[in-house]
Every structure is written in C-alpha cells, then in structure tokens.
Design a protein around this ligand. Structure first.
Ligand code: C2E
Ligand code: MG
Ligand code: MG
Ligand code: MG
Length: 288
C-alpha cells in the first residue's frame, strides 16, 4: 500500500518495505534449508575456574556459515528461528550435537547449552534433553542448560513441573545474561538455579565503574548466600579477571581465556590442560 503525502506516493518507502519483507522471507527459507541439510556448526567457548585456573566447561555457541551471506550471527537468526517455530528442531539438534561432542573431552569438563525460552514454554524440552542424553550416553551431570529470565514468564506451576523433570534427568541450570532482565530475586529462590552467568555489560567497565563494581559484589555475595555458583561473561583483560577473583566470582569465560573453538581445538586445549594438571605444572599465561 502506497504511503501518500502532499507530494504524492512515497515510492522509496514502499520499495524498502518490500525489500525488507523479501529479505526476511529469504532468510526464513535459507534457515529452513540449512536445518534440512545440516549447515550449522557448534563452537565451544571454554570456561575456567578463578580459583585454580583449571578448565571447567565450555559453552556451545551455534554458527551458521551461509554460502552467500557468509557468517550469520546467532543474534540475527535465533530470533527468526523462534518466530517461525524452527527453534524446536534447531534446539534439539544443538542438544544432540553438544552432548555427542562433549564425549571427546575429559570427564571434568561440563557442556553448557543455550536453551531458548520458547523451548521451555512451548516445546518438548524434556523429550529433547532426554533423547540427547540417551543417544550420546553423556553423564547428565555434565550437561548444563543456560536459560534467560524470559523463560520464567507464564504459568509457574507448569514451569516448575518442567524444571523438576529436567532435574530428575540429572542436568543443571545456569541463569544467562544475569542483570539485564527483570532479575527478580524470586526466580533464584523459586527455580533450581545452580549457577548465575553475570552479563558481560557488568564486566566491560570494571574496575573503573563503581556501579558495575557494586553490582558484581552484590551478585557474588547474594549467590554465595543462596549456594549458587557464579561465572562472569566476556572477560577480556587481565585486570578484569583480577578484580573478579578478588570479589570472589567463581568462574570466567571470555576472550582473555579463549575465543569459541571448534571441537578439535577445544579437545586439544582441554587435554593439554588436564595433562598439565596431572603432572603437577601450574597452568600459566600461555594457555589462557
Ligand atoms: P550468550 O549465551 O550470552 O553467549 C555469549 C556471547 O558472547 C557469544 O556470542 C560469545 O561469542 C560472546 N563472547 C564470549 N566472550 C566474549 C568476550 O570476551 N567479549 C565479547 N565481546 N563477546 C564475547 P555469540 O556466539 O554471537 O552468541 C550470541 C547469542 O546467541 C548468545 O548469547 C545466545 O543468546 C545466542 N545463542 C548462541 N548459540 C545458541 C544456541 O545454540 N541456541 C540458542 N537458543 N541461542 C544461542
Ligand atoms: Mg549463553
Ligand atoms: Mg550469556
Ligand atoms: Mg550475555
């Protein structure tokens, strides 16, 4: 429909609307096809303990390399997958692949998988997790599901049931991007959260920002009081890591330690790390 002004129809405007709609349809089509042919990969970003610098786990991060578009960021296509319902099939694939890949790592290394709120609210998340665990044979204690606060909207009794069933399977939960959403402390109390992932936005400007420092300190104290572990996202500098250690944050993830790696390189890194620990070397800077 042409948008009319005193000067007549604004053709540019409509053309760009159409372009955007066509582009969106093309993206949906490509996404469906990628899902069909298996064009996704998982990258793994290592996580380390601030206590002894040992590797503790890795977060699975989905990657899509499109033949013409090149690299498409999950920030751009996950929302499309959610709006079209493809997230359920995509999410199930991520769970399967991540559990399978984690078998290559030393047993002490956990695998964290991002789960869309929609998978919780409208999909068969229990079935998908059960199936990924059963087909891989991965120890369920090694699987951690990362959820954001938006998973907590809706009927709480239904949600509690889903959490209970997943807990019964032996998996644990991490609350992702903590501090960016509603951050209602009620969630921490009502749902079985084992770990809080403090959002990168509170890490970027420490130690200069008094605000971020105050938030970090409070979150760490609060979590400790509730028996919940903490991990900071997006740690890029040694001074950020030093501050986080001093504050008492448990774990870290970020470019300072490692970028997301493919399965081969992540396996090498973890094996090297555990071999060094076994023969009693201190893990030093060159591994980070
Ligand atoms: P997230 O779960 O908060 O993941 C952390 C993001 O921060 C990742 O971006 C990671 O590459 C990036 N990152 C890690 N360390 C640093 C750092 O030191 N500095 C900076 N600047 N960034 C860092 P990525 O891989 O682009 O993923 C973006 C978001 O897409 C994720 O945020 C997550 O919400 C979503 N996502 C990724 N994979 C999946 C998936 O398999 N399923 C679902 N549902 N969502 C996913
Ligand atoms: Mg995450
Ligand atoms: Mg996060
Ligand atoms: Mg984040």
């Amino acid at each position: 429909q042409a948008k009319r002004t005193a000067a007549g129809p604004v053709v540019e405007f409509d053309l760009s609307m159409d372009t955007a709609r066509l582009e969106r349809l093309a993206l949906e089509r490509d996404l469906a096809q990628a899902l069909e042919i298996g064009a996704f990969e998982l990258a793994y970003q290592p996580q380390a303990s601030l206590q002894d610098d040992a590797w503790t786990g890795a977060e699975a991060l989905i990657r899509w390399r499109h033949p013409e578009r090149g690299f498409v960021s999950p920030a751009d296509f996950i929302p499309v997958a959610e709006e079209t319902g493809m997230i359920h099939k995509l999410g199930a694939w991520v769970l399967h692949q991540a559990c399978q890949d984690a078998l290559h790592w030393p047993e002490a290394i956990k695998i964290a998988v991002n789960v869309s709120p929609l998978q919780f609210l409208s999909g068969d998340i229990v079935g998908a997790v059960h199936s990924a665990l059963a087909s891989s044979g991965l120890d369920p204690q090694r699987l951690e599901l990362e959820i954001t606060e938006s998973a907590f909207v809706g009927e709480n009794h239904r949600l509690s049931g889903i959490f209970d069933e997943l807990l019964a399977l032996g998996v644990s939960f991490a609350l992702d991007d903590f501090g960016t959403g509603y951050s209602s402390l009620g969630y921490l109390h009502r749902f079985p959260i084992a770990k809080i992932k403090i959002d990168r936005s509170f890490v970027t400007d420490i130690p200069e920002s008094r605000h971020s420092m105050a938030v970090l300190r409070s979150v760490v104290v609060l979590a400790r009081g509730l028996g919940i572990r903490t991990i900071a996202e997006g740690v890029e500098t040694a001074s950020q890591a030093a501050v986080l250690r001093e504050i008492g944050c448990g774990e870290v993830q970020g470019y300072l330690y490692s970028k997301p790696l493919d399965i081969v390189r992540s396996t090498e890194l973890f094996e090297k790390g555990s071999r060094m620990r076994r023969i009693g070397y201190e893990k030093t800077g060159d591994l980070l």
